[in-house]
Write a new protein. Structure first.
Length: 164
């Protein structure tokens, strides 16, 4: 039986959630799997604001200029810059699944472009509200942030893998 990520347990998973989940389970990873996690998903003391806040993604330690790849095929919904996320991309993968890639030094695709799984979409950096080079990677299902590691675990359990 496939192990479901937190928030998707039980028999009352709706059709929309089931579709989103099936798409999320096909996702790749945006940088090398060996990249250390410097800040996991969940509540934390924000490193620059010094207040307790929900961290809606995972921060992956990578050097500035590291290739960031699309985790699945999709359409670029946002390719812009702001003071918090820096240079940010948001990809729509369909079925209510979106991913965001924040703090990049360079965006390699534009809003409206179609991208393929594994395609280079950005170069990592430290733009916006950031304390150093990293990639903030965020996964949302039906506009709800979820821990991307929960989906990697579920996929590997389903495939019979023994370690992450």
């Amino acid at each position: 039986a496939r192990q479901l990520p937190p928030g998707f347990e039980g028999s009352s998973v709706g059709a929309a959630q089931a579709l989103a989940l099936s798409t999320a389970l096909m996702l790749g990873w945006p940088v090398a799997e060996s990249a250390p996690v410097t800040s996991p998903f969940g509540y934390r003391t924000h490193p620059t604001l010094r207040t307790r806040r929900m961290h809606t993604g995972v921060d992956l330690s990578v050097r500035t200029g590291t290739q960031v790849s699309a985790v699945a095929a999709g359409v670029v919904r946002r390719a812009s810059e702001d003071s918090v996320n820096g240079r940010v991309l948001v990809l729509d993968h369909g079925r209510g699944v979106t991913t965001a890639y924040c703090h990049n030094s360079e965006l390699l695709v534009k809003a409206g472009a179609r991208v393929e799984k594994g395609q280079a979409i950005a170069l990592s950096g430290s733009t916006g509200r950031s304390t150093g080079p990293h990639l903030h990677y965020q996964l949302e299902l039906a506009a709800r942030p979820v821990d991307p590691f929960g989906f990697r675990t579920a996929l590997r359990v389903a495939d019979g893998a023994t370690e992450l």
